[in-house]
Ligand binder design. Structure first.
Ligand code: ADP
Ligand code: MG
Length: 258
């Protein structure tokens, strides 16, 4: 079995403000192994984004620990709901922004960017401004901007939720395949249970705030091909969906806190 790339052990975190303390995470422990695609689901406001902020080092746990090899710590990619593309830069210049800022913009990086643009069907839009692209294309450009940094661990915080339903189905399938083909370890936050089942190897279910781990579910689907449709048509799909639905709705019924 592959090496763990991320270990969270008894992680606790609270926000402090003038109005008091908000406990967001309580005793979160899990591991992610190299190459795994793990989804996190949980009620809104339970602490999912907080967990990603801790993993990428924006905040520090109050207790517990988050362990990663040093080479992984330096290579975390983070993709958000908003694409945050700069409107005044072309798609290619947006994609090359990271290497430009950290001084690693080489001819090889530019070639990688052009290859990714080509692989993901955006090559002919490389000199366009973000405003000329659809929401799905913009989100794919945002993924390329992250991939050009050659991440070892990719954190995805509801990256498809700003898209309309049909774009979301297409783009999540595309992006899922891109990440798996590149064998990048990924942690995806989503509130879409079908998306979690069809994209991931394992799903972590969080309770309402303060988030604790309610359950971890390994996903194994009998697939006819690697498409999102095949995943959704797999015979096991509906049982996983019912199981997750029950876990999540129990949390909403027991007085949600947002
Ligand atoms: P989720 O991503 O699951 O919707 P978050 O991790 O964003 O939830 O937030 C968890 C809880 O922490 C929420 O109740 C939210 O209001 C609170 N929270 C988030 N950020 C802050 C902050 N900067 N200061 C105080 N409370 C915060
Ligand atoms: Mg969030």
């Amino acid at each position: 079995m592959n090496q763990p790339i991320l270990t969270c052990r008894n992680v606790c975190f609270s926000y402090h403000s003038l109005s008091g303390e908000t406990q967001a995470l309580r005793n979160i422990s899990f591991q992610i192994r190299e190459g795994e695609f793990v989804a996190v689901v949980g009620p809104s406001g339970c602490g999912k984004s907080t967990l990603l902020s801790l993993i990428c080092g924006l905040c520090k746990p109050q207790s517990g620990e988050i362990l990663m090899p040093d080479h992984t710590k330096a290579r975390i990619g983070y993709m958000l709901q908003q694409d945050h593309l700069f409107e005044w830069r072309t798609i290619l210049k947006n994609i090359l922004l990271g290497p430009e800022i950290n001084g690693t913009l080489t001819r090889a990086k530019e070639e990688l960017a052009l290859k990714l643009l080509n692989d993901y069907g955006l090559y002919k839009f490389k000199d366009k401004k973000p405003g000329e692209l659809s929401g799905g294309m913009r989100q794919r450009a945002a993924l390329i901007r992250t991939m050009v940094m050659e991440p070892e661990l990719l954190l995805l915080d509801e990256p498809f939720s700003a898209l309309d339903y049909q774009s979301r189905l297409i783009v999540s399938g595309d992006i899922g395949r891109i990440i798996k083909d590149a064998r990048i370890t990924a942690l995806l936050i989503t509130h879409d249970l079908s998306e979690a089942i069809s994209l991931s190897d394992r799903i972590i279910v969080l309770s309402k705030r303060p988030a604790t781990i309610k359950r971890q579910i390994d996903i194994s689907l009998s697939l006819t091909d690697d498409s999102l449709l095949a995943a959704r048509n797999a015979p096991e799909f509906k049982d996983y969906f019912s199981l997750l639905w029950k876990e999540i709705s129990d949390e909403y019924e027991s007085k949600t806190c947002t």
